[in-house]
Design a protein around this ligand. Structure first.
Ligand SMILES: [Zn+2]
Length: 405
């Protein structure tokens, strides 16, 4: 596990004061505003260098881009072969950027930078002897701590937008609560949330959210809290205020928050709750056809195929001798009978096959042979932090508790 060193400067920005860039795209790609061949002076190359930023457009290849940038073919080839072992520039990704670094005086190309992923960058440089060298280094983000909050009118996603909170951060927050709250079914008007998260900056510009460090969600008067804690190298993640892991045997919802939230923004919501009076012993999640369905828990696929009784394409997962879950009306099944699956694994896609009036997921939980309401099923808390680490945990979370209370 690589350790990244961040210069941490802490300051708080009260939610609502949003000087940071607003991203409407909940995706995780970096959102730079660079236009093709825009020339900018960046902080990392020497001040006298000229940096040409090249956007990677659909269908373009490294060779073509370098040709368009008027880079000498032999230089382009040298850069390519020098970096090939670390990163093959044939694999450059659409939407990212290549930066070419030129000596301002001689116009000679001295280097190339490419963001391999959101955390690492490839640097190719000509050394003093005129030899090309390549290395991949962590991107030196500056991290700031931010506190944000909101009140739910219709959904947490909508509340985030109203409060100028980066939707990527709200998705991270929802992920930390995914074992305790079903964000399609549980939220009520007036629910409140407040959380602490990292913001990553590069050269003074906000790039993306980092980790959520602490979060609170008050759902229908019930308080849920999560805290990020690294107990050891192998055990890091979210814990409740008592120090129990928030990870449980089942996820609350078989559809991830980010898809539920986008369903909300597109309008029509077809959601039906568990209701013994109407005989609907399941929960229906409205989502677009093709939305990934995830297994709520580890298990074995007991059935994957066409149902003869109206479920359309159906998957049944057996979790243990007590519990199983069923996922109906799928457009496409992604697993086969007998296969082992992990919690959160994509097992199929939302559709409208069988007796169905529109694209949705019909989700059932079966306990000892009887269909039960998965939202009401109380599961034991996750594994606690070891006794010897409790003191450190309580000490570490104290400052975050003060921020979100
Ligand atoms: Zn249903």
């Amino acid at each position: 596990m690589k350790k990244y060193i961040y210069t941490i400067s802490i300051f708080l920005i009260v939610a609502g004061f949003s000087f940071f860039n607003w991203y409407s795209n909940p995706g995780f790609d970096n959102d730079f505003n660079g236009s093709k061949e825009a020339i900018s002076l960046l902080a990392h190359p020497a001040k006298a260098d000229k940096v040409v930023e090249i956007e990677i457009k659909s269908g373009s290849t490294y060779g073509v881009l370098m040709k368009e940038a008027d880079l000498d073919t032999s230089v382009a080839q040298d850069i390519y072969s020098t970096s090939q072992e670390l990163y093959d520039l044939a694999n450059i990704r659409v939407g990212r950027f290549i930066e070419l670094i030129y000596d301002k005086e001689t116009e000679e190309c001295k280097g190339l930078d490419y963001e391999v992923n959101t955390e690492e960058k490839l640097y190719v440089r000509k050394d003093q002897d005129g030899e090309w060298q390549a290395e991949i280094k962590p991107i030196d983000y500056k991290t700031k701590i931010k506190v944000a909050e909101g009140k739910v009118q219709s959904s947490m996603y909508e509340a985030a937008i109203n409060n100028n909170i980066d939707t990527r951060a709200i998705i991270e927050l929802a992920n930390a609560f995914q074992w305790s709250i079903d964000f399609a079914m549980d939220p009520r008007v007036g629910d409140k949330f407040k959380f602490v998260y990292e913001e990553k900056y590069l050269d003074g510009e906000y790039v993306m959210p980092g980790r959520v460090l602490a979060g609170k969600y008050i759902n229908d008067g019930v308080n849920f809290e999560v805290y990020y804690f690294e107990e050891s190298e192998d055990n890091k993640g979210y814990f409740d205020e008592q120090g129990n892991s928030v990870q449980k045997m089942f996820l609350k919802a078989p559809v991830s928050f980010k898809y539920i939230s986008s369903g909300f923004t597109t309008g029509s919501r077809y959601v039906e709750a568990f209701n013994t009076a109407t005989g609907h012993r399941a929960i229906d999640y409205a989502a677009k056809t093709g939305t990934p369905i995830r297994s709520v828990g580890d298990g074995t696929v007991a059935f994957a195929g066409w149902s003869s009784v109206g479920y359309g394409y159906l998957t049944k997962i057996r979790h243990n001798s007590t519990y199983s879950t069923n996922y109906a009306h799928q457009s496409k099944i992604a697993v086969r009978t007998g296969q082992k699956v992990k919690q959160g694994q994509i097992i199929g896609y939302v559709g409208s096959t069988g007796f169905s009036t529109g694209p949705h997921l019909h989700y059932e939980m079966v306990k000892n042979g009887a269909k039960i309401n998965p939202l009401r099923e109380i599961l034991p808390p996750g594994k606690p932090i070891k006794q010897e680490n409790k003191e450190r945990f309580f000490k570490e979370i104290k400052k975050y508790q003060e921020m979100i209370r």
